[in-house]
Design a protein around this ligand. Structure first.
Ligand SMILES: NC(=O)C1=CN([C@@H]2O[C@H](COP(=O)(O)OP(=O)(O)OC[C@H]3O[C@@H](n4cnc5c(N)ncnc54)[C@H](O)[C@@H]3O)[C@@H](O)[C@H]2O)[C@H](O)CC1
Ligand SMILES: [K+]
Length: 513
């Protein structure tokens, strides 16, 4: 699903209005009608609309115009409505002024929020609140009346419908500018925005509904987007041809593990098998080889020279590079440890690999502080950091910086970056970013990252187009987590259970063709 930023959205509006001649007031009333209909659904009093009451908060811009027009719609449905304006009335846009004129004709007035009589009592006793303070035009932190109104809205018990985007959420980044409305439903217009799909903005939106407000479909289809949400139905994996063998499904080489980290390598290897890898070889320090060998049936652990402390030793580089020549993908890092030898091995793999390399966990830590090594990689590199690892890579994964920071890193280092967290972001070397929509807090547990890394290796090793393979792995990993949560609850999802749920998750995306 395409996510359009504010500038792209405005350009679309302008083209529809100025070139195609779609009346802006028609767009506004179409938008308003769908906001009002959502409010009618939510209004928290039993019985017909008549006798219920709504509070509508409007800013001076066109988002406010949506609110004023929505108020007119609610009035005509028999809902008692009070409409409050924050900010300067003299800054009101022409369309919003037109909507106010129509509201007056419908028998209601646009009250100045500042000084409105018993507004607090009214808002705390109404059946639904419409937030039309700001939309995609918000560009600085809320202040004054608007901030006061947001706090009043958030303190009220009535359900909240946000017009286009909850006020206070920055459309492009999901940043909260000061404070933001917490909505139950967001009715967004034409196409969704990035800030509705990434933290912290996505948490303010409630459920997001996309309203067709009259921008021609072909215009929306043609709209260029460098940001997308990966939603159900967008990921498919092909049926397998009968005349194939395990070699057709990837020879995965996984280099992982150290004393004290015997689970990570095995979880990654098992996840790779469950995600369809044909052959999975797992190189572990010889001190933990027996443990890995006992834990693996389908995967093929092999011992590597190690240090006295039980992590990879420098001599391990030779057998690794030898096996690398026969692999289709190499994952290095889960539980690897942070020894100098491990770092040197990661560097050697990056320099020598002619197949994609997945850097996870200590594979990422190995390149932190020497990120230029990525420029020496011959083959594509996929990094899968969580926020802390990304910080060690010099990135900022805080709040609304995630999208731009992930994009910056991927473009500047020519790699694929999977920035894990709620709504994992996959950034590509060409600047495109994709926001995953599966998974949740039940997955916040040791080992789940190892599983994702194994899944990415497996799908990349099967030679799907690199971007598709990574997006599919991220989506399926979260989907398996969601299925696990449904079965085991939020507290008892484990990495192993996610692996066991992969068959169910993968079956949902197998193409019927
Ligand atoms: N997408 C569509 O096809 C349509 C969208 N519509 C609605 O129009 C808004 C965008 O309207 P705009 O006038 O550009 O901006 P806003 O109403 O979001 O903001 C108003 C105005 O406020 C100023 N501003 C920005 N930050 C602050 C601040 N912190 N404090 C005070 N004032 C601030 C800034 O100058 C803005 O211009 C879109 O979201 C939709 O809701 C159309 O109604 C229909 C077509
Ligand atoms: K809004």
């Amino acid at each position: 699903m395409k996510l359009l930023n504010a500038a792209q959205m405005r350009a679309l509006d302008r083209y529809a209005i100025d070139i195609l001649g779609v009346p802006s007031t028609l767009l506004m009333t179409n938008a308003a009608r769908q906001v009002a209909e959502a409010a009618l659904e939510l209004i928290s009093e039993p019985g017909p609309a008549a006798g219920k009451c709504a509070a509508v908060f409007c800013g001076p811009g066109n988002n406010g115009g949506d609110g004023v027009a929505a108020a007119s719609y609610l009035l005509k449905k028999g809902v008692k409505v009070r409409v409050f304006l924050t900010g300067n009335r003299d800054k009101m846009t022409a369309d919003t002024a037109e909507m106010e004129r129509r509201l007056n004709e419908d028998g209601a007035v646009l009250e100045d929020y500042a000084g409105a009589a018993d507004v607090e009592y009214y808002v705390n006793h109404c059946g639904v609140i419409v937030d039309a303070l700001f939309g995609i035009g918000l560009n600085t932190a809320l202040r004054g009346d608007a901030l006061d109104a947001v706090r009043l809205i958030n303190g009220a018990s009535a359900p909240v419908v946000a017009a286009d985007i909850p006020s206070g959420v920055e459309a492009d980044t999901g940043n909260i500018l000061g404070e933001a409305v917490g909505a139950d439903v967001t009715v967004t217009f034409s196409l969704p925005k990035p800030g509705q799909f990434v933290e912290p903005g996505c948490t303010c939106c409630g459920s997001v509904r996309i309203a067709d407000i009259g921008i021609p479909a072909e215009l929306l289809d043609k709209a260029e987007a460098d940001c997308r949400a990966v939603t159900a139905g967008e990921i498919t994996l092909p049926r397998r041809r009968p005349d194939t063998h395990k070699g057709d499904y990837g020879r995965d080489l996984i280099i992982a593990g150290s004393v004290g980290f015997t689970g990570a390598p095995v979880l990654a290897a098992r996840a790779a098998s469950a995600a369809g890898a044909g052959l999975v070889s797992l190189g572990v320090p010889e001190t933990i080889y027996n443990i890995a060998a006992v834990k693996c049936d389908e995967e093929m652990p092999f011992p590597l020279p190690c240090t006295a402390e039980g992590s990879l030793g420098g001599l391990a580089v030779y057998p690794i590079l030898d096996r690398l020549k026969k692999a289709d993908v190499c994952l290095v890092g889960p539980g690897l440890g942070r020894s100098q030898a491990a770092r040197e091995i990661v560097f050697a793999i990056l320099k020598e690999a002619a197949v994609p390399v997945v850097l996870d966990a200590d594979g990422i830590n190995a390149v932190s502080g020497n990120i230029d090594i990525l420029d020496e990689a011959l083959a594509p590199v996929i990094l899968t950091p969580h926020a802390g690892e990304f910080k060690r890579l010099g990135g900022n994964a805080e709040g609304g910086a995630r999208l731009s920071e992930a994009r910056r890193f991927a473009v500047s280092h020519g790699c694929i970056l999977v920035l894990k967290g709620h709504r994992t972001i996959t950034a590509l070397p060409d600047g495109a970013v994709c926001v995953n929509t599966t998974g949740g807090p039940a997955m916040a547990k040791g080992g789940t990252g190892d599983v994702l890394a194994g899944m990415i290796a497996a799908l990349v090793g099967q030679k799907f187009p690199l971007k598709d393979a990574v997006l599919a792995a991220v989506y399926l990993h979260g989907l398996a987590g969601d299925l696990c949560q449904a079965r085991y609850g939020e507290y008892s999802v484990t990495a192993g259970r996610i692996i066991d749920m992969l068959p169910e998750a993968i079956k949902t995306v197998i193409s019927s063709a």
